[in-house]
Write a protein that binds this ligand. Structure first.
Ligand SMILES: [Zn+2]
Length: 219
């Protein structure tokens, strides 16, 4: 079933992609603490995503949760539970994007590089175009970096069928993680809806990811 605010923001996004500015940057005055449009957005931290602008959000409309990849991490789940149960949001919008840096490494590769493996340092340097400088030490945290599943590619590679598939897989994994969390209700009077998208940083357009569907292979 379509969620009304999400659909409205998708219409805003079409206008954003054609050059129209809908987000008002000025302070709106006193507002309630609950997001007025009852929306929570989880998006990648990428510098090219301006979430307020690309959805046409106004101040006070929505919670915006961001991390590397727009990954449904423990902390993202913590935020979504607080957002819904304490602050009354009931639509979740998950946003990944083309050219995401999370396509350019694996968790094992980054950890090995940080710990001082010369081969990993070299590969990370090649992938990013930045001299990777190892810390040559180990750490128990973070437990995971949540790089996307599949064969890595160079940083900022243009959109193609393979990296779109990898992005689609991860959006679905994220949606599945949210929809199956025991503290996020998805049926009954208190239900939350979850919809997932890939934002094309070259065009400014959001594209919806169907769910359920394949979530990736190790091949
Ligand atoms: Zn990203």
């Amino acid at each position: 079933m379509a969620s009304s605010m999400t659909d409205r923001y998708l219409e805003n996004n079409k206008q954003y992609a054609t050059g129209q500015a809908l987000h008002k940057p000025t302070h709106p005055g006193k507002q309630p603490i609950q997001p007025s449009k009852r929306v929570a957005v989880l998006a990648c931290m990428d510098a090219r995503l301006d979430v307020e602008d690309l959805l046409g959000l106004q101040t006070g409309d929505a919670h915006i949760i961001r991390n590397a990849g727009g990954v449904v991490s423990d902390d993202a789940i913590r935020c979504l539970i607080i957002s819904h149960h304490l602050l009354n949001t009931n639509e979740i919008i998950l946003i990944h994007h083309t050219r995401c840096g999370m396509l350019a490494f694996t968790d094992d590769l980054l950890k090995a590089g940080l710990e001082g493996d010369p081969a990993a340092e070299k590969l990370l340097g090649q992938a990013t175009g930045r001299a990777f400088t190892s810390c040559k030490t180990s750490s128990a945290t973070p437990l995971a970096f949540h790089a996307f599943r599949g064969q890595i590619e160079r940083l900022d590679a243009p959109r193609d069928a393979k990296n779109m598939e990898r992005l689609t897989w991860d959006v679905r994994r994220g949606m599945s993680s949210i929809l199956n969390h025991p503290w996020i209700p998805t049926s009954g009077a208190d239900a939350v809806t979850v919809r997932g998208f890939i934002y094309d940083v070259d065009t400014g357009k959001l594209e919806e990811v169907a769910h359920p569907g394949p979530m990736g292979s190790i091949g």
